[in-house]
Design a protein around this ligand. Structure first.
Ligand code: NCD
Ligand code: ZN
Length: 351
């Protein structure tokens, strides 16, 4: 990594948490990822979800077919955990280099999570097998119990569930995905090296006032929902601290505007087109650009036991305005990028 006050060159980054969807949405959004990221962990929450090796191979082929010509982007596939997940299928997919990890959604926690896990005892044998073979478990860490306040669901999940799993499966590699709280950041900081976390760009720059004060902003609604300012500050401190447990995961989750601006709007923010520059702005504001490359390009591969990328990307302190809506061809609908129309202080000038 080289950096000066106005310019920084980092190893090519990866995105360790990404929703690409399928069909026309896939081909609409994929170029924005492939332009800047060498690899991404692709979330399996399609309908139906990706639960078998065969489905993952098919999905991977559709992603590769939708790539812009000449792209060397590599999708890393995940298996959607259900109550019936078979440890043998998971192990087979892992050994055959189809599945990089298993994704756990508590049933009803978020978009397309109705097939998720409804009782933790149902997956004990899968967790034990994953611990044994060194396969990472990626967790949407929110307790889905409707009695629990939506702003407390992450902290309650950590307290009620995750703490027990750390005790019962001490070697299991776990990524607590898209953490949004001080509780999450503290938990990961104090846990062993086998516990990591992704942090999204949006949770580093918005808090719940941005969603709800002075008018409701559906395009800032995602899950886990952004929390109070103290949590945003804790996340910023965690990712810029140099702690190797935190790495880049955009959780970019595109929905058509018609599904966001409606009576019961979908959760998800499409942020991938400018994610790196948003992160760079945060590290710059925190005076921590010396830790930027580790977060974007080294900590993730290290956690997954993969090589970091070769090749570099250069960012410069140069103002840019974030693009407007992206049309979905043939759908008479569009996707609104995160912070659309706003200015950013950093731009990618070479990759
Ligand atoms: C994701 C989606 O739309 O698939 N939405 C989101 O708000 N992040 C699902 C998820 O990761 O929770
Ligand atoms: Zn997600």
């Amino acid at each position: 990594m080289t950096s000066s006050l106005n310019k920084i060159t980092i190893l090519r980054p990866d995105d360790w948490h990404l929703h690409l969807r399928d069909g026309i949405t896939l081909s609409t959004v994929l170029p924005y990822t492939a332009e800047h990221f060498r690899r991404a962990i692709v979330m399996p929450n399609l309908t139906p979800p990706v639960t078998t090796t065969e489905q993952a191979i098919g999905y991977r082929e559709r992603i590769l077919a939708a790539l812009p010509k000449g792209s060397d982007f590599e999708p890393l596939m995940t298996c959607y955990m259900t109550d019936d997940t078979d440890p043998d299928e998971v192990e087979k997919g892992f050994r055959e280099d189809v599945f990089t990890a298993v994704k756990l959604y508590p049933a009803q926690a978020t978009t397309n999570s109705e097939f998720g896990v409804s009782a933790w005892d149902n997956i004990r044998n899968v967790l034990a097998r994953m611990e044994k073979i060194g396969m990472p478990l990626l967790i949407h860490g929110e307790e889905a119990d409707p009695e629990i306040d939506i702003f407390d669901r992450e902290a309650v999940f950590i307290d009620r569930v995750l703490k027990n799993w750390i005790r019962d499966y001490p070697e299991l590699k776990i990524v607590l995905e898209h953490i949004t709280t001080k509780d999450g950041a503290d938990f990961v900081r104090h846990a062993g090296k086998n516990i990591g976390a992704t942090v999204t760009p949006h949770h580093l720059v918005i808090n719940r006032n941005d969603i709800l004060a002075g008018g409701i902003r559906p395009h800032l609604y995602c899950l886990p929902i952004a929390k109070r300012e103290i949590h945003r500050i804790a996340l910023r401190e965690a990712v810029t601290s140099g702690d190797r447990s935190f790495f880049l995961g955009t959780d970019s989750a595109p929905h058509p505007i018609s599904a966001k601006e409606t009576d019961c709007g979908c959760a998800g923010i499409f942020n991938v087109a400018n994610a790196i520059e948003v992160y760079a702005g945060v590290f710059d504001e925190m005076d921590a650009l010396d830790h930027f490359e580790a977060f974007t390009s080294r900590n993730g591969p290290d956690f997954y036991g993969l090589e970091s990328n070769s090749g570099t990307m250069t960012l410069e302190r140069k103002t840019q305005r974030i693009m407007g809506d992206i049309e979905i061809p043939g759908e008479n609908d569009s996707i609104r990028p995160f912070l659309s129309g706003e200015e950013l202080g950093w731009s990618i000038t070479k990759d």
